[in-house]
Design a protein around this ligand. Structure first.
Ligand SMILES: [Ca+2]
Ligand SMILES: [Ca+2]
Ligand SMILES: [Ca+2]
Ligand SMILES: [Ca+2]
Length: 451
């Protein structure tokens, strides 16, 4: 189960999350909302906001995601170093870092149990409710609570809206706050959302929301720790262009992952972008996805807080828009990942390839074969606005690649070339990159020619 977010189907109560109608309630509180079924509920965040406005108190929903805008250097390093361990890092990271959220998890389980009791026992429920000075945002099926009142549990389908005070303290000293004097006020409303709304819970690949090529999805990154997985299917290997728009209050990170080799295997990271900060979108222009399922993941960028990396920013009031497009892989563009010898992109001479150095520290490797008695080879990369480029030529010797030439004549933007290089029969690599990984552009492409 996701860590305390979104729609949590009531145990044994029918509708899977995936079956939530697309027109279900949304925004208001700016976050995931209840089902459009009878007696269903809005989103706890609405109450949070409402209470914050009316009663002058809000929910301690984690640190406020202010305009931080710092970048995630750690993430970038991961991207450069390898493809597969990143998923692990993510998971480990989640387990490790959110000791706060871990509390939430336990707490979640409690809620599950309690919610069942609650429907049967009004007074129990109400006494719990009185503790809801700080509300938590969770959903369960089949009842609506408005201003502390529980609707009769006679409705066939829907979700519960459960409020409890948030745990305070650490370890064994965790307690829930209470305030018998000041009532809370909960406002729940079913509102129609956009047709392309994400379907929570989608915090893991198995519960990913589908996105079609050429399609869009609207999503919210809330509450803190929310992760949104999207699934895209390709008939054959394709180039995926994925783009997510900015959030006002959260720094986003965008990743593309291939499904694991077997069902149950972890998805494999193909590419990740976290170049922008708060109020900046992210784009991955050219990820090669295999035939079958791949995933797009939207989450908050990690930031360092008291020596720990956390992904706690959220924006409950604004949605992001994710778009995805599958393009044919005809070999005319650079395709990621191609950052190392193992994943170098094979081209035939004479070759012309257009590519992006993106995100920062991107390296593009192309592999080609030179036949016996072939004429000398000329390599050229066109200028890219605002990007200092360099070319390197490497000779492949078994699994080793040795640099045999470098072209970095121009400081800053400008063409680089190696003219009429005599090469004996064998396999070679040409590498396009920015010196020391300093520049990148998601919009300006280079053109590499090898002939
Ligand atoms: Ca979401
Ligand atoms: Ca989610
Ligand atoms: Ca590239
Ligand atoms: Ca690359």
């Amino acid at each position: 189960m996701g860590r305390g977010r979104g729609l949590v189907p009531r145990r044994g109560a029918g509708p899977e999350a995936g079956a939530v109608p697309p027109g279900r309630a949304e925004r208001g509180g700016g976050s995931e909302a209840g089902d459009g079924g009878p007696g269903s509920a809005g989103w706890g965040a609405a109450s949070d906001r409402a209470s914050a406005k009316r009663g002058g108190r809000g929910v301690p929903a984690g640190p406020e995601p202010g305009a931080r805008g710092e970048r995630d250097t750690d993430t970038d390093t991961d991207y450069d170093s390898d493809n597969d361990s990143d998923c692990d890092n993510d998971s480990d990271y989640d387990n490790d870092n959110d000791s706060d959220y871990d509390n939430d998890n336990d707490y979640d389980n409690d809620s599950d149990n309690d919610s069942d009791n609650d429907t049967d026992n009004d007074s129990d429920c109400d006494s719990e409710s009185d503790c809801d000075f700080y509300s938590d945002r969770r959903f369960f099926g089949r009842s609506t609570r408005r201003a502390g009142h529980v609707a009769p549990a006679t409705v066939a389908a829907g979700y519960y809206l459960v409020l409890r005070s948030a745990p305070v303290g650490t370890g064994r000293k965790v307690v829930r706050g209470a305030n018998p004097r000041v009532p809370y006020r909960l406002i729940a409303a079913v509102e129609s959302g956009p047709d392309d709304l994400e379907q929570e819970p989608n915090d893991e690949p198995a519960r990913a929301t589908d996105i079609a090529s050429g399609g869009t999805r609207t999503g919210y990154l809330s509450p803190p720790g929310d992760v949104d997985w999207y699934r895209i299917r390709a008939e054959q290997p394709m180039i995926l262009h994925a783009e997510v728009s900015a959030l006002e209050r959260a720094d986003l990170e965008l990743s593309v992952l291939a499904a694991g080799a077997k069902p149950g295997d972890k998805p494999q990271l193909l590419a990740r972008a976290n170049e922008g900060g708060v109020r900046e979108g992210e784009v991955l222009p050219n990820v090669r996805v295999p035939a079958g399922e791949s995933f797009i993941k939207v989450e908050a960028a990690a930031r360092e807080l008291d020596g720990k990396w956390v992904r706690d920013s959220e924006d409950r009031d604004h949605s992001y828009r994710l778009s995805a497009q599958l393009l044919p892989d005809d070999g005319s563009t650079d395709r990621e990942p191609n950052n190392d010898v193992e994943n170098a992109q094979a081209v035939e001479l004479p070759a012309t390839v257009r590519g992006w150095i993106w995100p920062r520290r991107d390296v593009d490797l192309f592999r080609f074969h030179v036949a016996a008695g072939a004429p000398p080879v000329t390599l050229r990369v066109s200028p890219v606005r605002g990007v200092d480029l360099q070319l390197r030529l490497l000779e492949l010797r078994g699994s080793r690649a040795d640099v045999i030439g470098t072209a970095d004549a121009v400081r800053g933007e400008g063409e680089e070339q190696m003219v009429a290089v005599p090469l004996k029969e064998g396999d070679y690599l040409v590498e396009v990159s920015s010196p020391r990984g300093k520049d990148a552009s998601a919009t300006q492409q280079y053109t590499l020619t090898v002939r």
